[in-house]
Design a protein around this ligand. Structure first.
Ligand SMILES: Nc1ncnc2c1ncn2[C@@H]1O[C@H](COP(=O)(O)OP(=O)(O)OP(=O)(O)O)[C@@H](O)[C@H]1O
Ligand SMILES: [Mg+2]
Length: 235
């Protein structure tokens, strides 16, 4: 097996171009956006490509929404070969998510290339209801992402964290999302915001942060049954 490459390609060429080849294997990439902007599809696609490179992925499914059907659609011709390379962990509480992240150091071998947390804020948000817990929960979220960032750097794996945000219009008066988003962005080397465009299945990806690139850049992609792929705009 060849040594781990510098990046894990998403398989969507416009996205790979935007990201400088794909997900960096020694850092945290944050992909955030509204519901149904293709975050999970992108994560599954990266796990499939990691498997095709001969490396394993750990998929922390905090939303409980991982779909084996979606995986076989995306992996398509070699889904049976790819599936054993993806280990699913399903935390039921925010504390369990923290434990899964804490255990990564022991789990990660040289054969692991990618860790996904889909989505990193769902269990956090679910527990925010209780009064007086906001500070402790935010501190724990910060700890979890810091831990991921350290593991990504020291163990040379790609950490892909997903987060769902509501549209500005749908935000309630007192929203905690900005706090979580600030924490996630702080620890992330790459930040990608996915947005609906008004055209069905066409998504705009805006690169908000990337080392060595000061200006923001963007691309469009299409969500297909086979995953995310290039969208060619008609002029
Ligand atoms: N099996 C499928 N076949 C075809 N299209 C699909 C399939 N699964 C998902 N999609 C399309 O991809 C879109 C995005 O799905 P995906 O689950 O990747 O989004 P998401 O950003 O993770 O959403 P959420 O925030 O709700 O988790 C869906 O709205 C749907 O149109
Ligand atoms: Mg999702």
């Amino acid at each position: 097996m060849e040594s781990l490459q510098r990046v894990i390609p998403t398989g969507c060429s416009s996205m790979d171009k935007l990201l400088g080849g794909g997900l960096a294997v020694d850092g945290v990439s944050l992909v955030y956006g509204e519901a149904e902007t293709g975050k999970s599809s992108l994560a599954v696609q990266c796990a499939v490509n990691t498997a095709r490179m001969g490396y394993k992925s750990l998929f922390i499914d905090s939303d409980g929404a991982f779909s084996p059907r979606r995986l076989s659609q995306i992996a398509y011709y070699d889904s049976e070969k790819v599936s054993p390379f993806i280990t699913l962990v399903k935390p039921a509480t925010f504390e369990e998510q923290g434990m899964a992240i804490d255990n990564l150091d022991a789990y990660i071998t040289e054969k692991v290339g990618l860790v996904v947390v889909d989505t990193i804020t769902s269990l956090y948000s679910a527990e925010l209801g209780g009064s007086g817990k906001t500070f402790a929960l935010s501190r724990e979220l910060n700890r979890q992402v810091a831990c991921l960032a350290q593991i990504a750097k020291t163990r040379k794996v790609a950490a892909l964290i997903l987060s769902q945000v509501r549209s500005v219009l749908a935000e309630t008066r007192i929203s905690v999302e900005p706090v979580a988003t600030r924490v996630l962005k702080f620890w992330s080397d790459v930040v990608l915001n996915l947005k609906h465009t008004g055209q069905p299945r066409v998504i705009k990806a805006v690169l908000e942060k990337r080392p060595k690139h000061k200006s923001s850049a963007s691309c469009y992609f299409l969500i297909e049954s086979s995953g995310i792929c290039d969208y060619r705009q008609r002029s």
